[in-house]
Design a protein around this ligand. Structure first.
Ligand code: TYD
Ligand code: MG
Length: 450
C-alpha cells in the first residue's frame, strides 16, 4: 500500500492503521460468494448440549489479586493489567507466577522491556520461589507464540504488550496495528492451549491505556493498578471482567520484599486519620467490601479571579456540585476561596456515597472547626447529596455503619434509613447533617432531627 498520511474518509491526518487483510476468496470459483454457497453452513447447538470445559481457576494465592480477578485466573483467558510506570505491574505479575509455579503450574514470563538479569534482580527481592519462574526476554510475536506452543505453561505474562511486534508488519512496536495483531494472536493461542495470559499494558498520563481501546474489547478482563508512585498504597480494580464482578478492589502496599496485601485497609486508614481540621472518615463501599477512607479538605483565600478547585482521588465535577449545594442549601459559601480535596492514601473514590464526606471536610476547613466523633475519635459519614440539598440514601448503609462502629467511630452521620440502624445518626438534608456533625458529639448520639 502506498503511504497515505490523510484518511480519505474523514480527512484526519495520521489516523490510518496498517492491518492484515485476509486473502480474497478465489473469484474463479463461480461467484460462490454472492450466493453464499462457498462455505458450508455451521451447525448451531442448544447451549445445554455444549460441553462446558472445566473452569478450575488458577489461584495466584495473592488473595487481593484473586478476589479482583473473580476467584483466580481462568485457563484460556486473557487479562490486561494496566498501570503507570513504576506502580508495580511487573512485581505483581512476577509474584503471581512465582506462587503459581510453587503450586506446580508451568509458568512463563516474557519480558520485552527488561533483560533477564533485570528481571532476576526483582525476583531476588521477591524470594526463592520467584527465581523458579521461567523467563524469556523476547519481543518478536512469532517467537513468543512458538515458545508458548512448546512450553505449554499454565500461566504466561507478557510484559508488556506494547513491546511485542510482528516482523512482517511495518508498524513500530506499540502502534495500534502491532498491539492489536499481537493481542489477537495471543488470545487465539491462549484459548487453544488453555493458557491463562496476563498482558501488561502501559497507561498514559491521562490514565487511559496506551495503545488501542480495541485491546479492552479483546481481552476477558481489564485490571487497573493505581496509586501514587511516591505513596506506598496501591489499588487494583477490575474495569471489565467476564468472569467476575467489576466492583472489587484490592489494596496493596509496596514494601522492600514486594507487594503486601492490605486485607484490612480500614484499620490502616483510620489509624492514620487524626481528626484534624478538614478531615473526616468516609464509610465507603469498594465492591462487596466496606472500607473507611479519610477525606481531607483545605480551604484558603484565593488570589485568583477563578478560585482553584484541586482534587486528588475524587471527581472534580462532583466537588463543584457539592460546593454549589453547600453554598445554596447550607450557607457555606466558598466562592472566593481555593478548595483542595484529597482522598488519603492514594485511594480513588468514585461513588455518590462520598458526597457528604466531601461536604463535611470542606465545611470543616471552611469554618475552621474540626470535626470529631465520640471520645475525640475521627468522625465517620456517608451519603449522597441531591441538588435540592437533600441527603439521599445509598446502598449498603448498614454495612458502612457496621464497619465504622467496628472501629469505634460512632455515631455515623448519614442519610435516614428505612429501618433503624444501630450507630447511625440519620439526617434528611445536608443542613441537618452539618448540624449533627458540628454539634457536641455527646448530644448527637441518636438525633433524628424533626
Ligand atoms: P515494578 O514492578 O517494576 O513497576 P512496573 O512494572 O509497574 O513499572 O516496580 C515498581 C517499583 O517498586 C520500583 O520502583 C521498585 C519498587 N519495588 C519495591 O519497593 N519493593 C520490591 O520488592 C520491588 C520488587 C520493587
Ligand atoms: Mg514493569
Amino acid at each position: 500500500m502506498a503511504w497515505t498520511g490523510r484518511c480519505p474518509g474523514c480527512g484526519e491526518w495520521n489516523t490510518l492503521v496498517e492491518s492484515v487483510v485476509p486473502k480474497a476468496p478465489d473469484s474463479a470459483s463461480g461467484g460462490g460468494r454472492r450466493t453464499g454457497g462457498a462455505a458450508a453452513p455451521g451447525r448451531p447447538v442448544a447451549l445445554g448440549e455444549v460441553v462446558a470445559t472445566g473452569t478450575a481457576r488458577h489461584r495466584t494465592r495473592i488473595a487481593e489479586f484473586d478476589r479482583v480477578l473473580g476467584g483466580g485466573l481462568v485457563p484460556g483467558s486473557m487479562v490486561l493489567l494496566g498501570g503507570s510506570p513504576g506502580i508495580g505491574k511487573s512485581t505483581l505479575t512476577g509474584m503471581a507466577l512465582a506462587n503459581l509455579g510453587a503450586g506446580g503450574a508451568g509458568t512463563l514470563y516474557v519480558s520485552g522491556e527488561e533483560s533477564p538479569s533485570q528481571v532476576r534482580l526483582r525476583a531476588e527481592r521477591l524470594g526463592p520461589e520467584a527465581l523458579e519462574v521461567r523467563v524469556l526476554a523476547e519481543s518478536s510475536l512469532e517467537t513468543i507464540l512458538a515458545t508458548i506452543e512448546s512450553e505449554r505453561p499454565a500461566a504466561c505474562v507478557i510484559d508488556s504488550i506494547q513491546t511485542v511486534h510482528r516482523s512482517d508488519l511495518s508498524g513500530a512496536p506499540g502502534s495500534v496495528g502491532q498491539v492489536r495483531e499481537a493481542a489477537n494472536a495471543l488470545a487465539e493461542t491462549a484459548k487453544r492451549l488453555d493458557v491463562a495470559v496476563i498482558l501488561v499494558g502501559h497507561v498514559t498520563k491521562e490514565g487511559s491505556l496506551a495503545g488501542p481501546r480495541v485491546l479492552e474489547h479483546l481481552v476477558d478482563c481489564v485490571l487497573q493498578f493505581e496509586g501514587e508512585r511516591e505513596r506506598t498504597y496501591r489499588t487494583l480494580r477490575a474495569v471489565k471482567n467476564r468472569f467476575g464482578a467489576t466492583s472489587e478492589v484490592g489494596v496493596f502496599e509496596m514494601r522492600s520484599g514486594g507487594l503486601t496485601e492490605v486485607s484490612d485497609p480500614s484499620a490502616r486508614f483510620v489509624e492514620e486519620a487524626n481528626g484534624a481540621l478538614g478531615s473526616v472518615i468516609l464509610a465507603s463501599m469498594e465492591g462487596t467490601r466496606p472500607v473507611l477512607v479519610e477525606v481531607q479538605a483545605l480551604v484558603s483565600p484565593s488570589e485568583l479571579d477563578i478560585p482553584r478547585r484541586v482534587v486528588n482521588g475524587i471527581d472534580r465535577n462532583r466537588l463543584s456540585m457539592i460546593l454549589a449545594v453547600l453554598a445554596r442549601h447550607a450557607g457555606v459559601g466558598l466562592g472566593t476561596t481555593d478548595v483542595f480535596v484529597n482522598a488519603v492514601g492514594g485511594v480513588r473514590i468514585d461513588e455518590p456515597g462520598a458526597d457528604l464526606a466531601i461536604a463535611l471536610a470542606v465545611a470543616s476547613a471552611g469554618r475552621g472547626q474540626p470535626l470529631s466523633g465520640r471520645d475525640g475519635r475521627p468522625l465517620a459519614c456517608f451519603g449522597e447529596l441531591g441538588l435540592t440539598g437533600d441527603l439521599r440514601y445509598v446502598a449498603h448503609a448498614d454495612r458502612r455503619v457496621r464497619e465504622a462502629v467496628k472501629f469505634g467511630l460512632e455515631p455515623v452521620i448519614g442519610p435516614r434509613a428505612g429501618g433503624a440502624i444501630a450507630g447511625l445518626s440519620g439526617s434528611g438534608t445536608v443542613r441537618e447533617a452539618l448540624r449533627a456533625a458540628f454539634s457536641d458529639s455527646s448530644t448527637t448520639a441518636v438525633t433524628e432531627a424533626a
